[in-house]
Design a protein around this ligand. Sequence first.
Ligand SMILES: [Cu+2]
Length: 319
Amino acid sequence: MSDTAPRPDDAPVAAADGEPRHFARMIAIWLMLSLILDPLFYFLVGPHVPPGTMTSTAEENQFDFNILIVIALPVLIAVWVYLGYSIVMWRAPKSGVADPVGGETARTHLGVQAAWIAITSVIVLFLAGFGTFELISTNGAGGGEGPNPIWTPTAAHILPIQVIGQQWAFTYRYPTFGGFETKQLMVPVDTTIAFHVTSLDVIHSFWAYQLSIKADANPQVDNVAFTTTNHTGSVTVRCSELCGLWHGAMFNYGQVISKQAFENWATATEKANASNTKLLPPFAWTYVPDANGADGGYYNDTVVPYSPSEVYGAKQPAS
Ligand SMILES: [Cu+2]
C-alpha cells in the first residue's frame, strides 16, 4: 500500500507506473463476493422470503422478490466494495500530508460514465420487461384487474368468491353456494379462485397476505383478482387502504382447506345460513347501500341510490 496520493489522471481506472491496478482489484473482489452471496441468498434465504408459496401468485411474487434481490445484491456489493476499498487504500494520510483529491479526470472519465449509463439502462429495461411478463404470466400477479380483467386464468373451473368491504369489516359471499355470506374466508386447495372485490361504503383494500392477493375494494366496482391455491394453511386478511377511524381493526382470518373439507363447510354453511341469506339482497357483483337510513343503510333517506336495480338493504325497488 502506498501513501502517495493518487494523481487525478489515474483515477478511477488502474494505471501503470507502479500504481496497483485498483479497478481490476475492485472488480475481482466484487465478482467474488457476488458469485458467493447471490447463490447463498437465492438458495438459503429465497425459499423463506414473504409471502411464501401458498398460492400461485404468492409463489410468483416470492420468485420476483428473489430475482430483484439477486440483481440488487451485486449493485449493493459494488457500492460497498468501492467504499471499503477507498477507505482502506485512500484514507486521509497522516498529519502533515495533503489529502488526496479527485480531479477533473475522475469526474469526467468517459469509460466510467458510459459503463454507468449502459449498466443501469440494461438493469432498468430488463426489470421493466421482466415485471410486465410476470404480471401477464400470473394473470395480474394477485392484484385487482378491475371488472374486465385483461389476463385471465385458463383453468376449467374457477371458484368465484365475493369480498365485500365496509367500515370496518370484510365479509365473503359464495355465489355458487346460494350466495351465503360469512365473516370467515374459506378457500379450497388446488383451486383457481376469482376474488370479486367490492365495497359498500368507502374505498378499502382487500389484502390476503399469504394468498398474495391485494385488490382495492371500491363501491360500485367489481374488482377481480385471480390466484390458484397450492397448499393448505391459515390466511390473514387486512384492509390496506386507510378507510376511517377503525381501519386498523379491519382484519380477519381465513383458511385454505382440502377440497372435501371446503365442500362440506360450504354446503353446511349454505344450509345453516339459509334463513339469513333470504334477508340479504340477491347476489350481485356490486351493491348500493340502502337509501333508507332508517333501515341502517349508509345513505340518508333523501339520497336515491344511483343504481336502482341493486339496493343493499331490506327494501327492493319494484321492477
Ligand atoms: Cu378498510
